[in-house]
Write a protein that binds this ligand. Structure first.
Ligand code: ATP
Length: 237
């Protein structure tokens, strides 16, 4: 379970996130959507503890990020929009290294299955600069999944993946949620958000403009029987 209360972050005089509160329960996939600059990445970075928030509280699986940072972060998996990988570690070494850092169990048993899941089985000995963008994205997702986190934060997780990769990734996110993870993802792909997320938070200038299931938000849109995209466009324009 992820609980965020009154999260605020400014850059200079510009409020990127302005007092945001929400929860993501175990087994739930929640989507953050909004225009460029709406505050999605800032929210995810602050929830991950990479950016220090100016105000607010973040609890990850019951652990307060400010007062119990190690316990909180141990239960967290985060994939940033620009994944940072280690230049001199192979695909397999990344998974082993990150798994050990997090104290994951059964790493050696889990790595082969994860590599197959990510379609990186034949790339286990490749270095990051020998991988395509989509493959690097898949490796970053593998690093976030290796320790079975209770809370998964995914910033634009499907960008750069091929159609097979997108399908597998959607299935992977669903499976992780079904296994008990609370998943918060940001995406501009509203059709995917509709399909994957049980709840959506529409952000505008760092504040929640709307929150509800994709069908609830769609129903508040300008046209009867309209889509989530119609409703989000109406909120953002
Ligand atoms: P996008 O869809 O384009 O990825 P976003 O919703 O993720 O956008 P953020 O990256 O969170 O938006 O940015 C929110 C606001 O904070 C923007 O106005 C942005 O210019 C500003 N911002 C983000 N990071 C910084 C930074 N390091 N320094 C100054 N301003 C920043």
């Amino acid at each position: 379970m992820l609980e965020v209360t009154g999260l605020a972050k400014s850059f200079g005089t510009k409020a990127a996130v302005g007092g945001l509160s929400f929860r993501v329960a175990a087994r739930e996939v929640v989507g953050l959507v909004g225009a460029n600059g709406a505050g999605k990445t800032t929210t995810l970075l602050a929830v991950a503890g990479i950016l220090r928030a100016d105000a607010g509280q973040v609890r990850i699986a019951g652990h307060d990020l400010a007062t119990e940072p190690i316990e909180a972060k141990r239960r967290l998996g985060f994939v940033p929009d620009e994944p940072a990988l280690f230049d001199y570690l192979t695909v397999e070494e990344h998974l082993r290294f990150i798994g050990r850092l997090y104290g994951a169990r059964d790493i050696e048993q889990r790595i082969p299955a994860l590599l197959v899941d990510l379609e990186l089985g034949d790339r286990r000995t490749s270095l990051p600069d020998e991988l395509s963008r989509g493959m690097r994205q898949k490796l970053a997702l593998g690093c976030a999944f290796i320790h079975d986190p209770k809370v998964l934060l995914l910033d634009e997780p499907l960008t750069g993946l091929d159609p097979v990769g997108i399908r597998r990734m959607k299935d992977g996110i669903r499976t992780r949620a079904a296994d008990g993870a609370a998943v918060l993802l940001s995406s501009h792909l509203l059709a995917v958000v509709s399909e994957l997320c049980s709840r959506v938070i529409v952000l505008g200038h760092g504040k929640a403009l709307a929150e509800g299931s994709p069908s609830e938000i769609a129903a508040r849109g300008p046209t009867l029987g309209g889509t989530l995209e119609d409703a989000v466009l109406d909120l953002l324009t």
